[in-house]
Design a protein. Sequence first.
Length: 405
Amino acid sequence: MRILHILSQYPDFTGSGIYLQEMLRQSRKRGYQNFLIAGSGPQAISPDWLGALTAGHSFVSFEKKQLNFSLPGMSDIMPYPSSQFKALQPEQIRAYQQVFTETIQQAIAAFQPDIIHSHHLWLVSSLIKQLAGEIPVITSCHGSDLRQYQSCPHFQERVVKGCRKIDHILALSEQQQNEICRFYGIEKERITVVGAGVNTQLFKAESRQAQTTPVKLLYAGKLSYAKGVPYLLRALRELVELPFHITIVGSGTGEEARHCRDLSEALGAKATLRGSISQQKLAQEMKAADIFILPSLYEGMPLVVLEALSSNCRVLSTKLPGVCEIFCKTKSPNLYTIPLPELSAIDQIKESQKDIFTDNLRQSLQQLIGNSTSPLQSSINDIEYFSWDNVFSRIEGIYQKVFQG
């Protein structure tokens, strides 16, 4: 089978980028031919996974020629310089759609795919179905597309026009499946919950280091308000007398990232900013960590939670729907949650809730740091449902179904 994979942003740095890379690796392992279309820009792309592109690639380059602006990210704050869809001018949107249209048409003509697997229920996926003719199209929803749908109502009509024609949609969770039905008017029978995955060969606990003092905390993700980073760092500032050190992995841009860095620096020697690192280095950080923290306000199904559980870390997360589904599948004794605060928008805390949320984080962290010497219960076997092998097997079943008509 010949599969054309399409992602409108960098095929790296984010959860959807990691998901795409695993789709490429798994399809190659099972004998499929892969061609990739993806966005790119000045930021270097890791060469580690390019060998999975058995039939080649075509990158849509931003900050040059027709696309003389930064690549628009599916989140308003990305781990690299980016544009926001809500701020793009009409002529920029026209250029964006035109260049992707031409690139997709050229790839279809040259590669002649049997199926197309796109990512995000957004502008490019809407275009694809209108260009694909009789070629079946499958689209993975990642959650950030649903957030864009709500924050950019002026794009909704053109997004829905093509996305309603997509042959099959892959959702991360049951709640996401329901949201797709509600927002896009797509019947539930064309949406399958396949979950997200973890590389259980990379994120594993068999060589886990012995616990020492101080207690090692870890955060990995964008430096942004939507990820809850400022509230986490403020909570830790109230616990400086406890024996901990936090490593912060990830990057961001603009005022939000600067604010997060300032709060981290205020913790002095108790905090280390690592910036963006490879999956291999993240796996090493998770093997060394005692507690992984995700205080995010909005996620589809967070890969980092799966990676931390697979590494046998204790995990403290906001009670996001995707996290609840992870617990339902794994029953992991190492997964702890705090209530999601009331929001004024899809990923913004109400002003009256900010101190309450920070205090909830403080109390939970204080308890976990204090109990961190108690024995961990292994949850490795329970994570197998989310191994990329098993996730791809579920997706492969959809490939076969749409290919055979």
